[in-house]
Design a protein around this ligand. Sequence first.
Ligand SMILES: [Zn+2]
Length: 290
Amino acid sequence: MCFLCDLKSPAPAGSPERPEHVWSARRAFVLAGAASAAAASLPAAAQVEVGQSSSLRKLVPAAELEGAAQQQYGQMMAEARKKKALAPDSDPQLQRLRRMANRLIPHTAPWNSRARGWQWEVNLIASDEVNAFCMPGGKIAFYTGILDKLKLDDDEAAMIMGHEMAHALREHARERLAKTQATGAGLSILSSLLGLGQLGDVAANLGTQLLSLKFSREDETEADLVGLELAARSAYKPQASVSLWEKMTAQNGKGGPAFLSTHPSGPNRIRELQANVPKVQALYEAARKG
Ligand SMILES: [Zn+2]
């Protein structure tokens, strides 16, 4: 899938001092109720066309899920650090990714009002894996494999980051988990969310589920289009969405990278992006001048 992760802290991306996050399930649970009114939205000014989010997703409180993601992300980054695979703040590739995020983030809130309060974080993990993800709450990670093997330029890498951010903004993980629970597989988790169980377990369960989540084809199309618009508004070339997926297609058959198993590339995906490039071209031109 597009993966997920979590971050630590109240410090902004790029900050050298990120205090270790301390997970508090009970606090997150209380916040969940208070924040339930905020949600994914369709901005009036949106140029790409995507549908309304499913109201089913409200079965999983957004704050609870973001807290679980933060915990999971923190664990993943700690493990990477232990293996000396976590890029330091001084790493030029990581700095490049953080500059990208800083351009994209100001355009996220119209897609989800909760994003204003997210503590976005961007990390780079040394791994051959062709993968990247953004967990609920804005926790982003790229693997060096996706940058190196695909030889991505800034415009193309920004398309991936925008795509991953879009999954988080459109709350695709929340919706998938809610649907799982609605079919019975996660009823124990749901009951816990309602205050009937052990909240610490809930966070761990949600975090684990995030790692094995698969998005639907519709989710992927939405993420492509919303990501394309975010990137265009941030002055990244819309046509790069097409060249990116052409590069992905060329990777097919070369060992089946993880990203491709959850992101089928092919003529349909490329055609859809190509058809949407003209819709955001004016946004890109305006952003470049600005
Ligand atoms: Zn995706």
